[in-house]
Design a protein around this ligand. Structure first.
Ligand SMILES: NC(=O)c1ccc[n+]([C@@H]2O[C@H](COP(=O)([O-])OP(=O)(O)OC[C@H]3O[C@@H](n4cnc5c(N)ncnc54)[C@H](OP(=O)(O)O)[C@@H]3O)[C@@H](O)[C@H]2O)c1
Length: 220
C-alpha cells in the first residue's frame, strides 16, 4: 500500500513511517522537500536502505497515495486540507488529529463547530475521499521506538467498511496495538477527547507511557 504522511516530518509521522515502512511504500510529505528528505534519511537509519520510503511536498505525496494520514497539528488542519484539495481523488484519509488546548493547568478538548477534527476534515475534503478517525491515544514516542509493543487500543471511527478494514489492518501491524471499532465518523469527538483526558490522568498520577484500553470481565 502507498501511504502518504502529510506533515510526516513531525513526531507522529515519524512514528508511522518507522512502523509501516517495514511493509509499505511510505511517502513523507512536508511543506519543504529538503526537510522531507532529511526525515527519510532518519527513517532509513532505523529501517535499512532497502525500505521503500521517500519524501516530497505534501501535494505530491497525497497525489501518489492510496492512504493519507493527516500528521499536522489541529491548528493547521483546515489550511493544509484546503491547500491540498486538488491532489485528492478517492484516497482513504486517516485523521489522528486532536483539537485540544492546555490552559496552564490541564488539557481541554476544544472541537470545531463541525463537532470534531475528523468531521471538519470530512467537510473540507472532496466527496470521493473516505475519512477515518484513528490513533489519537497512541503516543508518538512509543510509536518511534520500533522494538516497543504499544500497550492499549486504537479506537477507529468511520463510515466506509473498506476504509475501516484497511485502517484496522494498518493498526494490527503495530506491535501490541489492538484496533477496536468505535462507531461512525460522527462520534469521532468521543475518541478525540480521550487524548486530553489521558494526558490529564497521566500527569496528575505520574503515569509514564499511558494508553487507553477497554477491559473485559475476568474470572477470579
Ligand atoms: N505527538 C503525539 O504523540 C500524537 C499522538 C496522537 C495524535 N497526534 C496528532 O497528530 C498530529 C501531529 O502531531 P505531531 O506531534 O506529530 O505534530 P508536530 O510534530 O508538532 O508537527 C507535525 C508537522 O506539521 C507540519 N506543520 C507545522 N506547522 C505547519 C503549518 N503552519 N502548516 C502546515 N504544516 C505545518 C510540520 O511539517 P513540515 O514543516 O515538514 O511541513 C510538522 O513536522 C496532531 O494533530 C496531533 O493531535 C499526535
Amino acid at each position: 500500500m502507498k501511504i502518504a504522511l502529510v506533515g510526516g516530518t513531525g513526531d507522529i509521522g515519524t512514528g508511522f513511517a518507522v512502523r509501516w515502512g517495514q511493509k509499505h511504500e511510505i511517502i513523507i510529505g512536508s511543506r519543504n522537500v529538503d526537510k522531507a528528505r532529511e526525515s527519510v534519511a532518519a527513517v532509513l537509519q532505523f529501517l535499512g536502505a532497502a525500505a521503500n520510503v521517500w519524501g516530497t511536498d505534501n501535494a505530491s505525496a497525497v497525489a501518489a497515495a492510496d492512504v493519507v494520514v493527516l500528521c499536522v497539528p489541529y491548528e493547521h488542519l483546515a489550511s493544509v486540507t484546503a491547500d491540498l484539495s486538488d491532489s485528492y481523488k478517492e484516497q482513504i484519509v486517516i485523521s489522528p488529529v486532536v483539537p485540544m488546548i492546555y490552559n496552564g493547568k490541564f488539557f481541554l478538548y476544544l472541537p470545531p463547530t463541525e463537532g470534531s477534527a475528523a468531521m471538519q476534515a470530512r467537510s473540507l475534503l472532496p466527496k470521493g475521499v473516505k475519512v477515518v478517525s484513528a490513533f489519537h491515544t497512541i503516543c508518538a514516542a512509543a510509536l518511534q521506538d520500533i522494538e516497543r509493543a504499544i500497550k492499549g487500543d486504537a479506537f477507529i471511527c468511520g463510515d466506509g467498511a473498506e476504509a475501516i478494514d484497511i485502517t484496522i489492518g494498518l493498526a494490527s501491524e503495530i506491535k501490541g496495538l489492538r484496533p477496536l471499532r468505535a462507531g461512525p465518523l460522527s462520534v469521532s469527538s468521543m475518541v478525540e477527547s480521550l487524548t486530553p483526558f489521558l494526558l490529564n490522568v497521566a500527569r496528575k498520577n505520574k503515569i509514564k507511557n499511558a494508553g487507553v484500553a477497554i477491559v473485559s470481565e475476568r474470572k477470579i
